[in-house]
Design a protein around this ligand. Sequence first.
Ligand SMILES: Nc1ncnc2c1ncn2[C@@H]1O[C@H](COP(=O)(O)OP(=O)(O)OP(=O)(O)O)[C@@H](O)[C@H]1O
Ligand SMILES: [Mg+2]
Length: 316
Amino acid sequence: MLGLKKERDPLFLFFSGKGGVGKTSVAAASALYHSNQGKKVLIISTDPAHSLSDSFEIQIGGEIKEIKKNLFAVEIDPVKAMGEYKEKFMPQLEKMEMLKGLGIEDTFDFASMTPGIDEIAAFDKFLQYMEKKEYDIIIFDTAPTGHALRFLSLPDVLDSWIGKMISFRMKFAGIANIFKKILPFGDSEEQRDLGTKQLDEMKKRIEHAKALLSDPKKTFYNIVLIPEDMSIVESKRSLSVLDQYKINVGSIIVNQLIPENSSCKFCQERRNHQQKRLEKINKEFEKFNVLQLPLFQKEVHGFETLSSVASQLYGK
Ligand SMILES: Nc1ncnc2c1ncn2[C@@H]1O[C@H](COP(=O)(O)OP(=O)(O)OP(=O)(O)O)[C@@H](O)[C@H]1O
Ligand SMILES: [Mg+2]
């Protein structure tokens, strides 16, 4: 299951899939399962909708909180992350804007360099958490597929963006003082050094994250889907993106499978339809570890139901 090994460094588990298929539920259940197994687990939500608190029925918030023995959780607050990030990098970006009028735009493509500041901010936070050594397992509950996969491309985007910032600084570092004053790295020597240091640090963190994300012993990307055509197509697309980024796939979780019920004709019809889709899934994804999760009578909220989900998925 999920390729767990007793290692000192944390393992990273991602749960991706279309909106509403059960990512948060499965991520929360997995976090609970591993913490019950004696692993120290951190679960991080990068979904701006923050449904982790609802899933655990515990208010979590923007700081790491121990919600049960061995189980820690945090919901990255996009507004707060953006505020912190702007404080750190925005003065530099604003000065970049000032350089626009100097006829050097060609040297630096301002328009293409900036991914959404909210995305960078969330990613910056994500990188910080990724480096936490004290956990055995770090689980990420990501937003619906498009967003989660864009997240994966951010290291490349940021890498080239930061690379450009650094080479730009190098290029103009030696010229007249007056010019130095408007360079995007602070007015004093000290501030300039600090700006460069932050960029260097960020670059190192990104490189580290890229290495971790593509390390098949450390990162497992799980896909949650429902037995419907649209969801299957979406999952195939995700798998090809994951393949492109050389990211390891842990499990494919088929959720909301209707159980046998001979007294309900409608349920039985739905079930038959789903079973056909399940066959298709088993065939299309045969080289992966496909797990099944039934549709529960009630919503999957709270430790008790999450435990049932965990035992369905991973056994007692
Ligand atoms: N197997 C299941 N049986 C019953 N209810 C389920 C099951 N799986 C998920 N649910 C319920 O479906 C709803 C959506 O689940 P969840 O929030 O886990 O999906 P999600 O993929 O994280 O959604 P989003 O894309 O909005 O983040 C929740 O109310 C959850 O309790
Ligand atoms: Mg969710």
